[in-house]
Design a protein. Structure first.
Length: 287
């Protein structure tokens, strides 16, 4: 008999908001700040958010604190449920640490409950794909303990590849020097990045031209998919839907996969990537 438990995630999964409600997944909204105003996901249309970024506004982010996570966890504990929190990568945020602290404190208050925070080591719809697959396992009847084991054993099989259109935005975020950003922009250089086994965003190459950069996402994914036979992939984008659709077409042709999900990069991740980022995610043999 399936355990009575709930999965909690944060909105850095960049999944459509209805996904959470339709699948009985609890979602904690992460904060971001523009002009000293604190926002949460859904407070502002994403089209408006990216319009502000295009106009040069700076958006900063902060980790969830343990009290926010405890509040969400405790709602479900009081309903008699066990709680599994799949957290944003510890390589990019202190949110997992807050979640682990919250789980530890609540375990003392609810000794008869199972409460666990798992570091996804994933970002954007990579975290979303991880959540999607975990939910699928739960629907198939996985117990709480079985799902925790699956999550810890499979998180490094979520491959992430990004390309960023705006090198100056990477410079402002401290990722590249101003000289490199200016020179690269003049030459049409587009960086390609991935999320490594520590959950950190790492540059792996540079490609000249936007179309070549988009195609390189698929090329890189082919290198790591190995003998796995994924039936699903996800693409997130920072207000460049046509480019996301272009990558989806390449993926379907290359891998013969029909099913995928495409969605916006949300405001928290988008604060760091800037406009024009496209990211590809799929289960693979390794990252």
């Amino acid at each position: 008999m399936q355990d009575n438990y709930v999965i909690i995630a944060d909105d850095n999964c960049d999944l459509p908001y209805e996904f959470y409600s339709q699948n009985d997944i609890a979602m904690i909204k992460m904060p971001y700040c523009i002009d000293d105003n604190i926002y949460r996901a859904g407070d502002m249309p994403l089209s408006e958010f990216y319009k502000l970024i295009r106009e040069g506004k700076r958006s900063t982010t902060m980790a969830l604190n343990s009290e926010e996570i405890k509040t969400e966890m405790e709602k479900h504990l009081k309903d008699g449920k066990n709680v599994l929190y799949l957290a944003f990568s510890s390589g990019l945020s202190a949110t997992y640490e807050s979640g682990a602290r919250a789980a530890g404190e609540l375990s003392k208050e609810y000794p008869d409950r199972k409460i666990k925070a798992v570091d996804s080591l994933c970002a954007s719809m990579g975290e979303g794909l991880f959540l999607f697959m975990a939910h699928r396992k739960k629907q198939e009847g996985a117990s709480f303990d079985e799902l925790v084991e699956w999550a810890e054993n499979n998180r490094l099989n979520v491959a992430h590849y990004f390309t960023v259109d705006d090198l100056m935005h990477l410079h402002r975020g401290g990722r590249v020097s101003k000289t490199s950003a200016i020179a690269g922009s003049m030459l049409g250089i587009k960086p390609v990045l991935y999320v490594d086994n520590d959950g950190k965003l790492i540059p792996i190459g540079k490609v000249r031209g936007r179309k070549q950069a988009l195609a390189s996402l698929v090329d890189n994914m082919e290198k790591v998919v190995g003998g796995t036979k994924p039936d699903y992939f996800m693409i997130s984008h920072a207000d460049c839907a046509d480019d996301a659709e272009y990558v989806a077409g390449l993926m379907k042709k290359r891998f013969g996969i029909k099913d995928c999900m495409i969605n916006f990069i949300g405001p928290v991740v988008g604060s760091h990537t800037g406009v024009g980022t496209v990211a590809l995610f799929m289960m693979a043999e390794h990252r």
